[in-house]
Design a protein around this ligand. Structure first.
Ligand SMILES: NC(=O)c1ccc[n+]([C@@H]2O[C@H](COP(=O)([O-])OP(=O)(O)OC[C@H]3O[C@@H](n4cnc5c(N)ncnc54)[C@H](O)[C@@H]3O)[C@@H](O)[C@H]2O)c1
Length: 349
């Protein structure tokens, strides 16, 4: 079999990961490098030195400043999109229209709800596999937690709880993990409130300083997510509450995974693995490529990412309209929190 030809849009600059850039393309490339079926052939970055340094790191011979030119000149099978979220949708659509077979795009899906739906629809219409890098689905503590749930160790799942910095940027990972635990059920309704009085941006997007969000899934399970900095009173990245026990993943200052059955807590061995780690991306890409070749739904499918993204924008819409938002979220196209912020709704705070 010919190797899949992989290209990158946005390479970043290799440096200590910070709010100035994580250079996620390097993480993707480290993952592709482990896969025999893949060959990294090209990259595009508007900053020439970024593209050049990336190309040198991975033995890539051709670099471009303009990704349109890359798509035109290269016969790519798959593209990794590693730029900030406001660029994801158009780049995804351009890749799909250029005829690639698969796109692995960084999270969050896009900067607003209309673009999130649009990029997924264009890929579906064209039969292009679209995945989002919610790589925590491949981290051992989360997978073992799901195994414990499926084994009936806490009875029937009734409720999910968690805490994050904000629900859009970091939160997309953890709401996605709720979907993973909750059998990919779409949301039914969402209610929430966010404090956005100080300008707070993640990869260019406005995010809340503090928020409380509550929702119900179509299968009846409820979820509570609190966002902000400091002690938010939840104490875990994910808490699965069942009829007979509790599982916690990413306990603040504690275990990667623990379970409470009637009685006391038991810590579960995750072979030293925590809830953060670049190597999950290699596993994510392995599944993504396997799914592409087998024609099955990948773990990180756009369908699942849409469930997550709908909850995020519905939560922000609840802040705007001050009511519970019933899903599907049909009458919203923007990012309601960003619109509220730009309209000065928080300036008196
Ligand atoms: N999955 C994760 O755990 C994780 C962690 C951090 C960041 N991210 C996400 O990764 C994405 C990228 O963030 P990053 O920190 O890696 O970015 P970065 O700032 O490190 O790199 C982005 C690169 O894109 C280039 N670029 C900008 N516009 C471009 C264009 N039009 N064409 C080509 N290149 C262009 C920039 O020059 C830069 O080199 C974001 O969506 C972010 O949310 C994901």
């Amino acid at each position: 079999m010919d190797k899949l030809k992989i290209g990158f849009i946005g390479t970043g600059k290799k440096q200590k990961p910070s709010s100035k850039g994580f250079a996620m393309a390097y993480r993707h490339a480290d993952g592709y490098a482990l896969l025999d079926q893949c060959e990294m052939v090209t990259c595009a970055d508007i900053v020439a030195e970024n593209g050049k340094a990336f190309a040198e790191s991975y033995g890539i011979r051709r670099t471009y400043l303009d990704y349109h030119e890359m798509l035109e000149k290269e016969d790519l099978d798959m593209v990794s999109i590693c730029v900030w979220p406001h660029l994801h949708a158009q780049m995804t659509i351009d890749c799909a229209e250029a005829g690639v077979r698969a796109i692995h795009c960084e999270k969050p899906m896009a900067s607003n709800w209309a673009d999130s739906k649009r990029m997924a629809q264009v890929c579906e219409d064209r039969g292009v596999q679209l995945t989002f890098n919610h790589q925590r689905r491949f981290a051992r503590p989360f997978r073992k937690a799901k195994e414990l749930l499926l084994a009936g160790e806490i009875g029937e799942l009734t409720r999910l709880e968690g805490e994050v910095g904000n629900i859009y940027d970091g939160g997309t990972h953890f709401i996605d993990m709720f979907g993973f635990f909750n059998f990919e059920s779409p949301g039914e309704w969402v209610i929430g409130q966010a404090d956005c009085r100080n300008e707070n941006r993640a990869f260019g997007a406005i995010v809340e300083n503090f928020g409380v969000f509550y929702w119900q899934y179509q299968n009846g399970v409820h979820a509570l997510m609190v966002s902000g900095q400091g002690n938010l009173g939840i104490g875990a990245a994910s808490r699965l509450i069942g009829t007979d026990g509790i599982i916690e993943v990413g306990v603040r200052g504690g275990a990667a995974l623990r379970i409470k059955r009637p009685g006391s807590w038991e810590e579960i061995d995750c072979e030293g693995e925590g809830i953060h780690g670049a190597h999950f991306i290699g596993r994510a890409l392995e599944d993504t490529i396997e799914a592409l070749l087998a024609g099955r739904e990948p773990e990180l499918s756009a369908r699942r990412a849409l469930n997550t993204t709908e909850i995020i924008f519905a939560a922000y819409e609840s802040c705007r309209r001050r009511i519970r938002i019933d899903l599907p979220l049909d009458d919203v196209s923007d990012n309601p929190l960003e619109s509220l912020f730009n309209e000065g709704a928080y300036s008196a705070g």
